[in-house]
Write a protein that binds this ligand. Structure first.
Ligand code: AMP
Length: 492
């Protein structure tokens, strides 16, 4: 069966993928790599990513896929912290990294996956996979580290297997007629979604652009058919904008799994109106990869349900492999409807942070992962996430959840994107500020948005300041950087 494609071009079939993984695995063993050693991957999306991933596992190593958009100094930190012995790079990002590689003691092998040397490794005789136990480290995932240095999340083979099997139970069915498309970084969740598609013998397609371009996604979807992909909410928005143009055919897309950041009710409603029943939501974090809750296709479509409006603004119910609870500061569960921290327990929860006992002990207590996310469960088990505590606005002593205000502002047809943050205020401590991106060709002013808020939420929650901007600052995964918006306000 065909396995890997670059765009429309077949890169290799499954037999060849296994042979290649075995050959590179054998080369790694010849280079002196021992089971448990780390192999880092620093490359933009490409078929070789999956070859290298599986080859490292053939050799019994753990992989450290590094976000290709990180600064060379950040990459150096990860290489040093993980003690990586091997590093696989693609030239487009690897060249800039070179000056940072001197003096890394553990690093003994650097391979450019476009070089003749990589070709030689591929031609070598294949090894048998080295046996690993379920609790051995498989993937060291570095958190984005919006505060302080990134931490290495230890994901074991058991974690990844549980995540993979749960995909079939809670997210989607997969067959060999399906296609996984990698438009989001493979070093993150999108790459982990390769596993259910490998088990099912499906096709894997990396766009030639190596990233996300709406036009290319639709072209490839219509060429290969039955495409599933992971997309951050901002990517979904761009796909929907593209699909709303006349003549765009969505039939090649089977499933878009969205998550990684909040999806507003208004946005998912529009997405389903324009593209049809092609969506499933997941909520996860590096510490329990892709698996905390899911909002199924069926729940998204069940518009006759009396609580449909609340449900589509939620992140769904606990995935099959985990238990989810909402707890108070001491970790005691709180009744439905009460807000608290989201806790997770189960086979997808990380083993801990790499060489960081203190952080591990703080994060996993009595077997429960403390996610740092704030939310509430309803009586049916649907979890609604509130803003992270650092995003909460406290104005004149009152708590204001930005998400609630954002949901209202997005109801205005001229509002394309919005982000609400607290700006400094001499009297109230903070005031509510809305950064608004207006839909091209539309107009709206602060007065109209104010009227909309007055009609829907308490007076004290409405923005006192509207800032109309061309775009919102976002990180590589498309998450809005509220810290940057706040810094902008701090600096006046
Ligand atoms: P990361 O570990 O970089 O994948 O980031 C995980 C964080 O993203 C979570 O702890 C949540 O705060 C947020 N997140 C992930 N999925 C969702 C979702 N479906 N809705 C809202 N926030 C999400």
């Amino acid at each position: 069966s065909p396995a890997l494609f670059l765009g429309r071009t077949l890169h290799c079939d499954y037999g060849e993928l296994a042979r290649r993984a075995g050959a590179i695995g054998a080369a790694l063993i010849r280079e002196g790599m021992e089971p448990g050693d780390r192999a880092a991957l620093f490359m933009t999306n490409r078929p070789q990513f999956l070859e290298v991933l599986f080859s490292a596992w053939y050799a019994g190593l753990a992989v450290v896929p590094v976000n290709a958009k990180l600064h060379p100094k950040e990459v150096r930190y990860i290489l040093e912290n993980s003690g990586a012995r091997a590093l696989f790079v693609s030239r487009d990002v690897g060249n800039a990294l070179e000056p940072q590689l001197s003096g890394l003691e553990s690093l003994s092998l650097i391979v450019d996956v476009e070089s003749a040397g990589y070709g030689d490794m591929l031609d070598a005789p294949a090894a048998e996979p080295v046996h690993r136990a379920p609790d051995d480290l498989a993937w060291l995932f570095y958190t984005s580290g919006t505060t302080g240095q990134p931490k290495g999340v230890m994901q074991t083979h058991r974690n990844l297997l549980a995540m993979t099997l749960t995909y079939f139970a809670d997210v989607d069915t997969v067959s060999r007629d399906d296609t996984a498309l990698y438009a989001a970084p493979m070093s993150h969740g999108a790459g982990m979604y390769a596993f259910p598609h490998v088990l099912a013998g499906a096709r894997h397609v990396v766009p030639e652009s190596g990233g996300f371009e709406a036009r290319e996604v639709f072209e490839l979807a219509n060429h290969h058919g039955n495409v599933s992909m992971f997309a951050a909410p901002t990517m979904v928005k761009r796909l929907v904008d593209f699909a709303s143009e006349p003549g765009v055919d969505c039939s090649g897309i089977k499933t878009i799994v969205y998550g990684g950041g909040p999806m507003y009710a208004e946005d998912i409603r529009r997405a389903m109106d324009v593209m049809g029943p092609r969506f499933v939501q997941i909520y996860g974090q590096g510490e329990s990869p892709m698996t905390i809750t899911a909002l199924s296709r069926a729940h998204l479509l069940d518009s006759s349900h009396p609580r449909h409006a609340e449900r589509i603004a939620s992140v769904g119910v606990a995935q099959s492999c985990v238990e989810v609870r909402v707890a108070d500061e001491d970790g005691h569960p709180v009744p439905p409807g009460t807000t608290g921290e989201v806790l997770v327990r189960g086979d997808t929860v990380m083993k801990g942070y790499w060489r960081n006992e203190a952080a591990t002990e703080k994060t996993i207590r009595d077997g429960w992962l403390f996610t740092g996310d704030v939310g509430r469960l309803d009586g049916d088990g649907f979890l609604t996430l509130m803003d992270r505590s650092k995003d909460l606005i406290i104005s004149g002593g009152a708590n204001i959840y930005p998400r609630e205000v954002e949901e209202v502002l997005l109801r205005h047809p001229a509002v394309h994107e919005v982000s609400v943050v607290g700006g400094p205020h001499p009297e109230w401590g903070e005031e509510v500020v809305a950064f608004v991106v207006v839909r091209p060709g539309s107009t709206v002013d602060g007065g109209q948005l104010d009227a909309l808020c007055l009609d829907a939420i308490a007076r004290f929650k409405r923005p006192r300041v509207y800032r109309f901007v061309d775009a919102l600052p976002k990180n590589n995964y498309g998450k809005v950087l509220k810290t940057e918006l706040r810094a902008l306000l701090q600096s006046g």
